[in-house]
Design a protein around this ligand. Sequence first.
Ligand code: NAD
Length: 285
Amino acid sequence: MTEDLFGLKGKTAVITGGGGVLGGAMAIALAERGAGVALLDIRESAAGEAAARVAAATGGRAIGVACDVLDEKSLAAAAGDVVRELGRVDILINAAGGNAPMATTSKEMAEPGDLPGAGGASRTFFDLDVAALRKVIDLNLLGTILPCRVLGREMAGRGGGAIVNISSMTASRPLTKIPAYSVAKAGVSNLTQWLATHFAPLHIRVNAIAPGFFLTEQNRFLLTDEKTGGLTARGGAVIAHTPLGRFGTPHDLAGVLIWLVSDASSFVTGTVIPVDGGFSAFSGV
Ligand SMILES: NC(=O)c1ccc[n+]([C@@H]2O[C@H](COP(=O)([O-])OP(=O)(O)OC[C@H]3O[C@@H](n4cnc5c(N)ncnc54)[C@H](O)[C@@H]3O)[C@@H](O)[C@H]2O)c1
């Protein structure tokens, strides 16, 4: 019966970064299909508020849990809370992630006048802050690996499940300015394929979504001009290279997400699905 393929009744989903824009929207989509949801976030109040919004919007069970995805003890404690409150873990969405201004170059290409000592004011690869680079790589890559370990163990012990990682357009063809974020997301796509193979005998499917450009707190400073409210040159270039001609809205992720975590994709594992308005298909010419 194909009409039952997309249902999630009786399932429990954990969403890391659940207090964020995309994580919160994905939690609502999962709850609308009948899943109980646990929103994990390092910002405890954001997790709680997002869980309250899910419950209000869907009438489903939703809890907010304080959790640092870079700390296995914190993840284990969160997993314990989820099992106690919601009974089990069937689905993991790794949506905690982000970039940082000090891990971002100010120009697309470095020129001789930008070199240290040349007196230029630009921030090139040479000037990036090592702590910021490490933080971005850790958050996006290790912050996906560790939840897959802790919550994956929980799923494996109960017969299997589905994991969806959140990669990015920058994983397959790097965007300018954001080197740490790019290598980390490339790692997330690679990890998705590696884990899909490793976890297959445990009946855990592992896939990823590679969103295009969605206006959220982490990229607003790159895509829109704070003063005018209009697009930056980069924001304009994104729209010009997106055949569907707009930024994504969080709801645009819902269909692919539900497909990837439900029985509708029972023979699909190790894929990275772009949800990008055609950005990755268009060469720009
Ligand atoms: N917005 C986009 O255009 C876009 C595009 C491609 C991929 N993504 C990815 O989608 C995911 C969600 O992004 P978003 O736009 O909703 O960003 P967001 O900043 O709104 O959400 C990220 C959430 O992660 C949480 N977080 C940060 N560090 C954490 C930690 N150590 N432990 C637990 N939680 C932590 C933050 O508190 C925040 O609530 C990220 O992985 C991001 O890289 C976003």
